[in-house]
Design a protein. Structure first.
Length: 274
């Protein structure tokens, strides 16, 4: 079996779409490849080495943080030390480690794949602007070195400020979600959620759903301002948000309290559902 090393800055139990989707890839390929996931130990309670079915997860302590990203020098050292045991390298992008991992992979003539889930978009400010530009430069160099790039859709590839420069080497792929059986607690939670939504529907309300972290890049300020304008013309709608609101590295939810209070009769927050 060929050996695949997957580099992902975030990995479950870290809850984010970036980590969830790459875990689906691991689940899908682990019977055909010997898979090792290299990631950052975002919680010191997590094991540094964890065996899961046919894959191995190795977590490394962070050296420092830049905005949301966590850099690990020990991760890079481990990668260099074990590069000769690897056939294929897959980078889950965006990643703070993308450039060194790409350079090392190509120096040792390894096949390099990059799954790009989104361009980096940070809140306004000089420091964040510089981070974005450094990220773009590191990613562009890495994309140029890669043997193959992938993202979710053709539409995103065409509109990405990075992927749009590499149309010939970009393919499209949606990681298959795993089959799972709900436990009793999940079923109880789903039942409560369904009952809550049924009550809203009985009020003859239009339910407008949104799932995601409450961060600036998602455009919540735009959505809330549009909803306020709509509420002046009609009251028969409710915005239903599913997702985390208390984000440690960004306080957009609290910044937008003025807008949220104006819409308090047309807003429902369900919180994190899974």
């Amino acid at each position: 079996m060929k050996k695949v090393t997957i580099l992902s800055d975030f990995y479950p139990p870290h809850w984010t779409g970036i980590s969830k989707s790459v875990s689906y890839i691991v689940d899908a390929i682990e019977k055909e490849f010997l898979t090792t996931v290299l990631t950052v130990q975002f919680d010191k309670k997590l094991l540094l080495k964890e065996k899961r079915k046919h894959s191995m997860i190795r977590r490394f302590p962070k050296l420092f943080s830049v905005s949301r990203a966590q850099f690990s020098l020990s991760l890079l050292c481990y990668f260099v030390k074990n590069i000769n045991q690897v056939d294929i390298v897959l980078i889950n992008s965006p990643s703070i480690h993308i450039l060194p991992i790409s350079l090392i992979s190509k120096i040792f003539k390894k096949k390099l794949l990059i799954f790009h889930q989104g361009d980096l978009i940070l809140p306004n400010g000089l420091f964040n602007y510089l981070i974005e530009k450094l990220f773009d430069l590191a990613s562009l160099i890495s994309f140029a070195l890669a043997d193959q790039l992938a993202t979710y859709t053709d539409d995103y590839a065409k509109n990405s400020r990075l992927l749009s420069k590499f149309p010939k080497k970009t393919t499209f792929f949606i990681p298959p979600p795993p089959y799972f059986v709900q436990n009793k607690n999940d079923k109880k939670s789903d039942s409560k959620l369904k009952n809550k939504l049924k009550k809203l529907k009985k009020q003859k309300m239009f339910l407008i759903g949104f799932a995601g972290r409450f961060v600036e890049e998602k455009g919540f300020d735009v959505l809330l301002k549009a909803a306020i304008k709509l509420s002046k013309k009609r009251k028969d709608f409710i915005l239903v948000f599913a997702g985390e609101t208390d984000i440690s590295y960004e306080k957009t939810f609290f910044k937008e309290q003025v807008l949220i209070n104006k819409l308090k009769n047309n807003l429902v927050f369900l919180g994190l559902l899974n």
